[in-house]
Design a protein around this ligand. Sequence first.
Ligand code: PSV
Ligand code: MN
Length: 424
Amino acid sequence: MRISQQTIQLHNEKLFSAHQRKFDFIATEIPQVESIIQKLIEFNVAIPSWALGTGGTRFGRFPGGGEPRSLEEKIDDVGLLHALNQSSGAISLHIPWDIPQNYQSIQQHAASLGIRFDAVNSNTFQDQPDQQFSYKFGSLQHMDARIRKQAIAHNKEVIKHGIELGSKALTVWLSDGSSFPGQLNFRKAFQNTLESLQEIYSSLPADWKIFIEYKAFEPNFYAMTVGDWGQSLLYANKLGPKAYTLVDLGHHLPNANIEQIVALLLMEGKLAGFHFNDSKYGDDDLTVGSIKPYQLFLIFNELVEGMDARGLNHAADLGWMIDASHNVKDPLEDLLQSVEAIMLAYAQALLVDRKKLNDAQSSNDVVEAQELLQSTFRSDLRSIVAEARMRAGGALDPILFYREHGVRQSLVKERGTVFKATGL
Ligand code: PSV
Ligand code: MN
């Protein structure tokens, strides 16, 4: 199904006067409101192709129906999100879960919905049916050169798919590591991984980047070979200027100061971008902003400050993506919530009075610094985000629209209840 501009307009007309009241109230207090709205309109977050179906845990899965049955239908779903919020104009593919059969028609299909192809992701954390060697004991780190070769070839293959689709980056997340002390020689594992990455790096087109994603634990439970931002940054620095560190919010040990990590990676010019999600315990892959919205704001606060310090374009110079799993929610509703949380945190970060914060920091006025950040975080900017969305052609209230128009019910009618989308 497709959502027409006309139905969105009707929806907006119905909500307009209530929206206008809220917007006018907050807008009079914010002199730079127009520049914030402009930045919000430009900002887009890519949707991962594997988050459009119902996720699960190792105990079970409870699908809700209407899941996309093909890559085309995954793109359709992102098209629905984008029509509603005008901020989800990109999809990130995972290979081999989503191998395009016909590049040209897939590209045309995506373009007709205003969708472009974001970073492509390789997968050497699962064995595929037609694969010669197993990744049970790692891929790029493996002690057996034949297995490393197979994993390198897969990454090169992923780059080829990405080139055909117009992607500009390869994201490498490795499950490599060890589950028991003594299982692995750390130095050898690092060296093998580095050499493998170097070979992949040499296949990158001139205008491509490689993103090295780290993760503290899981599926290996003793040591991960790319386990934290320090290790990722080591690889990225050794690889060269096209290599960057990718931050997935759920990939840290509890209480890690992610905003500090982000600030330093940005300072070094090595921050690739994000996999946004939220968590309470580990890699929970929950809706962005659902557990720790203040942390999300603090991260965006560092991002805006750090990007401006380097003269970066907020919308284009870093990779923005969601990486989540929806076990008990409708995946599309969940993704709408996630994008909204990101836009809100971004809007709030744009509102921080940098000059005053800088002065408070310079004079060690700890109380004033906290007041500045928290009063900004506590300002209700939802109507500004909604205004930006409406001006871009989206719905004032995407979830209300989704429910009132029975989008999921239509998808179930179209696609049935039993299909399981590819992905985790
Ligand atoms: C691993 O937990 C991860 O965050 C990586 O980004 C993978 O590509 C993705 O999740 C797989 O679901
Ligand atoms: Mn991730």
